[in-house]
Design a protein around this ligand. Structure first.
Ligand code: ZN
Length: 196
């Protein structure tokens, strides 16, 4: 009887150890696989312009960063007016969609993308007044991927893309204009300095 109890106890211990190890090895493997997969897709690989892929061909920057305390660039088609309504908007770089929805007011449809330059450095791009949104929060996307289309914010403005670039990730959406540029970058200057 004592032998049987001992065998049962040993068997229980062995089974427990096995299942613990299995769990540990299983989670480790899946973490490593996930990290490897993510590293190839989530790091940036240079930046391009968000319209007229990849060089903003047939578009111009109607209100540059800093003009009238503007915190971004306003991309417009050279045809003027609403000739660019519905034109594609492309992600300026590989990244992670952290926000994609209509916030109404002066903003309308907004997409925010976090770009992982390396383990320490990230920048965030913000695309506003979109006519359509083609991405969802939580998606990893590639440079040059079509993420939305140029809009008017429901008729508030002539169609254009308001593009912001921030080196402080996750700031409040803000007002689009401010004399305080802390946390913001000049998008055109940054893209020009970081082409592949
Ligand atoms: Zn603007």
């Amino acid at each position: 009887m004592k032998k049987l109890v001992l065998i049962l106890v040993l068997a229980t211990i062995i089974i427990n150890c096995k299942s613990e190890n299995k769990g540990k090895i299983g989670s480790e493997v899946s973490n490593i696989t996930t990290e490897k997969e993510l590293d190839t897709i989530r790091l940036t690989n240079g930046f391009d312009f968000p319209v007229g892929k990849p060089d903003a061909k047939k578009y111009y920057n109607a209100q540059k960063f800093g003009d009238n305390n503007h915190l971004g660039d306003d991309w417009n088609g050279i045809g003027g007016g609403n000739t660019d309504l519905g034109d594609p908007i492309y992600s300026i770089g590989n990244g992670y969609v952290s926000f994609a929805k209509n916030v109404y007011g002066g903003w309308g449809n907004v997409i925010r993308i976090i770009h992982f330059i390396d383990k320490e450095n990230q920048v965030e791009s913000l695309y506003a007044h979109c006519n359509e949104i083609f991405v969802k929060k939580g998606e990893y996307i590639k440079k040059g991927q079509k993420i939305g289309t140029i809009g008017t914010n429901d008729g508030t403005y002539p169609a254009h893309l308001h593009l912001e670039l921030r080196n402080e990730v996750g700031l409040p959406i803000g007002d689009g204009y401010s004399s305080n540029t802390k946390g913001y970058l000049n998008p055109t200057k940054f893209i020009k300095n970081n082409r592949k």
